[in-house]
Ligand binder design. Structure first.
Ligand SMILES: Nc1ncnc2c1ncn2[C@@H]1O[C@H](COP(=O)(O)OP(=O)(O)OP(=O)(O)O)[C@@H](O)[C@H]1O
Ligand SMILES: [Mg+2]
Length: 153
């Protein structure tokens, strides 16, 4: 799908949030500035999490509790070099909703069901003065839980 603006990216996050429950994992792939955190911000707002979703520069993972429901754990795996290090974060995947930026290749064997998003800035895309430029987003569902993606529209 084509996501034209940052607001649309956040709205996609909110649409995904509506599907999420404890035990779910979302992996976001895409180069620097692709829009991974922008999507996660919309997702977190829709889940009404405590604390602003930002790019965690000094922390690898930030837990955002919710008054009602599973906490959102936002992982920035950019500086994680291996699945072992991800394991070291001691995330309780069963009771949380986990969103991992740069998760490709690190998530093998963590769960048998997860949602994967690839966010691409089209080559030769035209960026407006305010830096807005369309992104191509591909959503892939892994496992029985995500076999049906019709809710994406
Ligand atoms: N169509 C779009 N969708 C999402 N973001 C966009 C779009 N067009 C422009 N942008 C801009 O691109 C930037 C995306 O930044 P963001 O922090 O979300 O990326 P990121 O993938 O998390 O980067 P990093 O790898 O550094 O964590 C924002 O400044 C946003 O305003
Ligand atoms: Mg980011």
């Amino acid at each position: 799908m084509i996501i034209a603006t940052p607001d649309e990216m956040a709205a996609l996050g909110a649409r995904i949030a509506a599907q999420l429950r404890a035990g779910d994992l979302v992996a976001l792939n895409g180069e620097l500035g692709a829009g991974k955190t922008t999507l996660t911000r919309g997702l977190g707002e829709a889940l009404q999490v405590r604390g602003a979703v930002t790019s965690p520069t000094f922390v690898l993972a930030r837990t955002h509790p919710r008054a009602d429901g599973a906490a959102l754990v936002h992982v920035d795996a950019y500086r994680l070099s291996s699945a072992v290090e991800l394991d070291d974060l001691d995330i309780d995947f069963e009771t949380s909703i986990v969103v991992v930026e740069w998760g490709a290749g690190l998530l093998d064997g963590i769960t048998d069901h997860w949602l994967e998003l690839d966010i691409v800035r089209p080559v030769g895309g035209v960026e407006t003065e305010d830096g807005v430029e369309p992104r191509t987003v591909t959503v892939t569902g892994h496992g029985e839980r995500w076999a049906d993606l019709t809710w994406l529209g």
